[in-house]
Design a protein around this ligand. Sequence first.
Ligand SMILES: O=C(O)c1ccccc1N[C@@H]1O[C@H](COP(=O)(O)O)[C@@H](O)[C@H]1O
Length: 224
Amino acid sequence: MPVPDIFRIKICGLSDFENAVAVSHSGADAIGLNFFSQSKRCVDLDTAVKIANTVRGEVQIIGLFVNAAPSEIEQTHQQVGFNWIQLHGDESVEFAQAVHQSTGVPILAASRGSLIRWATLPDDFHPQALLMDAAVPGSFGGTGHLSNWDLAATWRTMPHLKHLVLAGGLTPENVSEAIRAVQPSAVDVAGGVEVSGQPGVKDLTKVEAFVTAARKAFAELPKE
Ligand SMILES: O=C(O)c1ccccc1N[C@@H]1O[C@H](COP(=O)(O)O)[C@@H](O)[C@H]1O
């Protein structure tokens, strides 16, 4: 199976239409729409459709789900249209494979500090990208805590790894150092670029600073 192109810079958890459109014009490559109802960044379906229909083609659109039913993911994809589906709960490899087969959309499989599920992959399926997030007991993600960069750097040597996305507590201030340390394919941020006290709404100054810093750090990485 060919390795799909991946975004470099993803801004996740947009729930306000005007703000999402502005973020999509900030230089980021991808936006994340969060459908986990318990998240403070959960977007309603009508807003998600409106955002996607407005910015499609300008940025990649990633749908984030946590332990959702396959039918919910498929129906949401039919209405919104995702470039990637991010599974950020306790989904199994078989579940990820089934979602990929039913939607045809590449899977971004999140892991919180452990590779156990994804290291024992069946030979016939590997998620198209792995995302490293922080391990915070009692939380699925979006915590603002740093992930384990040393571990993430070792993941890059994993057989079958197609893309590594680094997430967890990234900010405009630390994203350059994170990219140098881990050399991921992409970075993902939710809380680190938000308007204080308004989850789901991004501070455009912070977004632009994040994009500028990340873009420069990626450009300075040694070529493989
Ligand atoms: O953002 C959320 O609320 C969220 C909830 C449940 C699972 C994942 C979530 N977001 C993802 O978490 C990481 C890190 O976020 P942060 O930068 O530390 O705030 C990122 O991949 C988001 O896509």
